[in-house]
Design a protein. Structure first.
Length: 276
C-alpha cells in the first residue's frame, strides 16, 4: 500500500494540517499535526510508521516549497514516545523528543513505548503478509533533546515546549502563544486521561492539569489540538483538567496502582513475544 493511500489529511487553515492513518481503526489512533512555517515545517507526532509519513507529505504536495525558495527543513517532534505517536519517527532525518524519554527512544524500548497493537485494529494491512505481531517501535536517535521552555522556531511562528508529565514522564505540549493554540499530545484530549501506564504518575498529572487550568485563566489558550479525537476549546480544556484533579483521590490512586501492575505484566509478556 502506498503512503498516499495509508494517510489522509484535512487543512485547518493558518498553515496547520490534521493527518490520520486511515486504516488504523482504534481509539489509539493518534492525531498527526503538520505545522508549516516560513523557514521550517514541523510534524507533531508521527503515528505507527507502517507507511512513510514524509513520503505522504511530499507526494500529497504538503511540503511544496514557497515560490522561488528551496524546500524547508522538516522536523518531527514526538509529544511522547508511546508507540502510536513514535513508530513513524524512523522515517524522519530530524527528530526531537523530551530528554526524559530520549534513552527509551534510542534503545527502542517497547515497554516504555507501551507497544500494544492487534491485527483487528488494522483494517487493511500495509503490505502482504504483515502481522501486528511483527510490529515494534525501532530505535531512533533523536537529533534534538527538548526541555521545558525550549522554543522551536518555524520562522514566522514559535512553538514553546511545556513539559507536562503524568501520562508519561516525558510528555510535552507545544504552545503557539501568538495564536493561542496548544498542541497537547496525550496530556489532555477529549476523553479519559490515562494515568495507569508503567511511567505514569498521578501527582505529576495533577500538577500538569493545574498548569493547563492556569493557561486558560490567563487567556493563553483558545484552541486545543490534541493527540487523539477532536479539537476543542478553552472551556472544555479547563473542565477536563479540573475534573481530573477532582477525581485524583485515594480511591483513584488505589485502582490506578492495580491497573498499572496489570498493564506492566501484560506489556512485558507481549513485548517479550515480539522480540523473541
Amino acid at each position: 500500500m502506498a503512503a498516499l493511500e495509508w494517510f489522509a489529511h484535512k487543512p485547518l487553515g493558518g498553515g496547520i494540517f490534521w493527518i490520520q492513518e486511515r486504516f488504523y481503526e482504534s481509539g489509539n489512533r493518534a492525531n498527526i499535526w503538520l505545522v508549516r512555517g516560513s523557514q521550517r515545517d514541523v510534524v507533531i507526532d508521527a503515528g505507527l510508521g507502517l507507511r512513510s509519513l514524509p513520503d505522504y507529505l511530499r507526494d500529497s504536495g504538503l511540503l511544496a516549497p514557497a515560490e522561488g525558495a528551496g524546500p524547508r527543513p522538516l522536523l518531527a517532534v514526538a509529544t511522547h514516545v508511546h508507540f502510536d505517536h513514535s513508530g513513524g519517527l524512523q522515517h524522519f532525518e530530524e527528530v526531537a523528543v523530551h530528554s526524559a524519554e530520549a534513552a527509551a527512544l534510542l534503545r527502542g524500548d517497547n515497554y516504555e513505548a507501551v507497544t500494544w497493537l492487534s491485527d483487528r485494529e488494522v483494517a487493511r494491512p500495509p503490505r502482504p503478509g504483515w502481522s501486528a505481531r511483527q510490529f515494534r517501535v525501532p530505535p531512533v536517535r533523536p537529533s534534538r533533546l527538548l526541555q521545558e521552555g525550549d522554543v522551536i522556531s518555524l520562522g514566522d511562528r514559535q512553538l514553546t515546549v511545556m513539559h507536562m508529565p503524568g501520562h508519561s514522564r516525558g510528555s510535552i505540549c507545544l504552545h503557539d502563544k501568538d495564536r493561542k493554540i496548544l498542541f497537547s499530545g496525550d496530556v489532555v484530549y477529549d476523553g479519559s486521561m490515562i494515568d495507569w501506564l508503567p511511567y505514569s504518575r498521578i501527582s505529576d498529572y495533577v500538577a500538569s492539569c493545574q498548569r493547563l487550568m492556569e493557561l486558560v485563566d490567563r487567556g493563553l489558550v483558545e484552541k486545543v489540538l490534541p493527540g487523539h479525537f477532536n479539537i476543542f476549546g478553552a472551556e472544555r480544556l479547563y473542565w477536563l483538567a479540573s475534573n481530573y484533579i477532582s477525581q485524583a483521590g485515594v480511591c483513584h490512586k488505589i485502582s490506578t496502582c492495580a491497573m498499572r501492575s496489570i498493564a506492566s505484566i501484560a506489556l512485558r509478556v507481549t513485548n517479550s513475544r515480539i522480540t523473541s
